[in-house]
Design a protein around this ligand. Structure first.
Ligand code: DGL
Length: 262
């Protein structure tokens, strides 16, 4: 069981930002990653649709023998992880916008949150915001359209810059000192985000925290790989492989990228 792979899924290529953190911390683990790009963006779908897609992805990862699943998508986590944990026996690790650290660290008392509509309207998000931001001004912004641009490989384009400006510039009027990236696609936009908001606002995402939690849960369940062999990583997408391959171009080590219909 220990040598079985960790499974990860996302609505597309965004969850690779989480995968990169997981592999940095756990270099001896094998992984299988599903990019459900055909169905992106999840953030515009109903809770029922997001649950159905999360079940589909989970079943595929289970059929490939995964020992633990990282839901590398804020939208799927905030809408479906409770359901997945009840339905399946293996451990699930989720990702949520890092509101708590941003609120605790804020000196101006104002934080910005950029996330999908599906995340911002979820019960889990509402609960976390209520618990941790009682004395904090939270400026929430739906990043509609950003996931589609990233899925199309338009990371560093005028169109993406323009849309980001529309979403982020109004936050500056509220003197935010932290910006929470509540979608696993958005870390790929950090260079452009910094150009717009400057260097004094701290950008927070949850990638490292998810990697640490993955390690903790593997340890607790006695599931950490004991292999000393080189790890192996399989990426599957149900769209064209070019954009996913491009986003993995900085990855060294043994991995494959394949298109499959799922
Ligand atoms: N990466 C997903 C997330 O973290 C994007 C959701 C979407 O497809 O809209 O929320």
């Amino acid at each position: 069981m220990k040598q079985k792979p960790i499974g990860l899924f996302d609505s597309g290529i965004g969850g690779t930002s989480i995968w990169k953190e997981v592999i940095k911390l756990l270099p001896h683990e094998n992984t299988i990653y599903l990019a459900d790009s055909k169905n992106a963006p999840y953030g515009e779908k109903s809770k029922e649709e997001i649950i159905a897609l999360s079940i589909k992805n989970t079943e595929i990862l289970l059929s490939k023998g995964c020992k633990l699943i990282v839901v590398a998508c804020n939208t799927a986590t905030t809408n479906a992880i409770d359901f997945l944990r009840k339905k399946y026996d293996i451990p699930f690790i989720g990702i949520e916008p890092a509101i708590k650290p941003a609120a605790l660290l804020s000196k101006t008392g104002a934080i910005g949150i950029l996330a999908t509509k599906g995340t911002l309207t979820s019960k889990l998000f509402e609960k976390t915001t209520y618990e941790y931001t009682k004395n904090i001004t939270t400026i929430k912004q739906d990043g509609e359209g950003l996931v589609a641009l990233i899925e199309n490989g338009k990371l560093n384009t005028a169109e993406t810059h323009q849309l980001l400006s529309t979403y982020l510039k109004p936050m500056l009027n509220f003197d935010i000192d932290h910006l929470v990236l509540g979608c696993t696609h958005y870390p790929y936009l950090i260079p452009q985000i910094k150009e717009i908001i400057g260097s004094s606002i701290k950008i927070i995402d949850s990638g490292e925290a998810v990697a640490r939690q993955t390690k903790t849960i593997l340890e607790k369940n006695n599931l950490l790989s004991t292999s000393s062999e080189k790890s192996n990583h399989q990426f599957y997408t149900n769209a064209e492989i070019e954009v996913l391959s491009e986003i993995l171009s900085d990855v060294s080590g043994h991995f494959s990228v394949e298109k499959q219909d799922f």
